[in-house]
Design a protein around this ligand. Structure first.
Ligand code: GLP
Length: 262
């Protein structure tokens, strides 16, 4: 088995539903341990369609927790999202802030300051990117980072080319990314903002543990490229190979091009 795959924790399940339950097992155990030890590090949150069934399964699981434990989690929760569109206020249903409120915040009664995202309406987006990166740094960096995978190999909104040392910054979205994300904008890619603020690979790779979640046949080839080819700025997700604690979660369709998985 290729070197990186042999040292990353690979979990595969036949379908996304079974996969999300397995990830929730891990994340719920992580959260319970953090609360037990009173060491709650910020969580790194991702958006996108892949993540929707994960948040649904996570909320469902947390609702089975004993009330005192759930209350403790709600009090301690602090997460930093990867990215936000430039120009969209949190009240805009297409913003990632609105996504996080709908998927998680409203179910767990989390306040906006517990669910940190870059401010897409900041007058100076470059300054906001610096502020957001620094806020994450001062909060202690990410403990557990969730990641989806873009069709062009992006993580967060680190579009190709993105070097491993890239920091939180304003990025211009590629046309194929705007097309892929158009469903939240009535199917019109022209409505998708041209820019976003994203954590860089530098902040992502500083997380204690990284969970890359990939579902569906459409991502199988880019996933193979990211994990098996040499690291390259042209495939930003490939930098994950340099991290010592990557967990890869795939359904059978997304993992179909990886050797020795099945
Ligand atoms: C988006 C987000 C990423 C997400 C990826 C995949 O553009 N910025 O954080 O992981 O693209 O999205 P989806 O799960 O909808 O395919």
């Amino acid at each position: 088995m290729p070197q990186f795959l042999s040292r990353c924790a690979v979990q595969h399940r036949p379908d996304p539903r079974a996969l999300m339950e397995a990830i929730v097992d891990h994340v719920a155990a992580y959260l319970a341990t953090a609360l037990d030890h009173e060491r709650f590090k910020p969580l790194g949150m991702a958006t996108g369609r892949t993540m929707e069934p994960f948040y649904a399964a996570l909320v469902q699981r947390l609702m089975t927790w004993p009330a005192p434990q759930l209350e403790q989690l709600k009090r301690c929760w602090l997460s930093f999202n990867l990215d936000e569109y430039v120009g969209l206020p949190p009240g805009d249903s297409r913003s990632f802030a609105a996504y996080m409120h709908a998927q998680l915040g409203c179910h767990l009664d989390l306040s906006p300051c517990q669910l940190q995202l870059p401010d897409g309406t900041a007058k100076d987006p470059a300054e906001e990117a610096r502020r957001y990166g620094s806020a994450l740094h001062h909060a202690g960096g990410i403990g557990l980072q969730l990641l989806g995978l873009g069709g062009n190999g992006h993580v967060g909104f680190n579009e190709p080319p993105s070097p491993a040392g890239s920091r939180c910054r304003v990025v211009t979205l590629q046309q194929d990314t705007r097309i892929q994300n158009a469903s939240a904008f009535g199917g019109n890619s022209e409505e998708v903002p041209e820019q976003a603020i994203t954590l860089g690979l530098d902040e992502i790779l500083a997380a204690d543990e990284i969970h890359l979640i990939v579902t569906g046949a459409a991502k199988a080839e880019i996933l193979r490229t990211a994990l098996l080819n040499p690291c390259s700025a042209d495939v930003p997700a490939s930098w994950l190979q340099s991290h010592s604690s990557v967990h890869l979660w795939v359904d059978d369709a997304a993992g179909a091009h990886l050797p020795l998985l099945f």
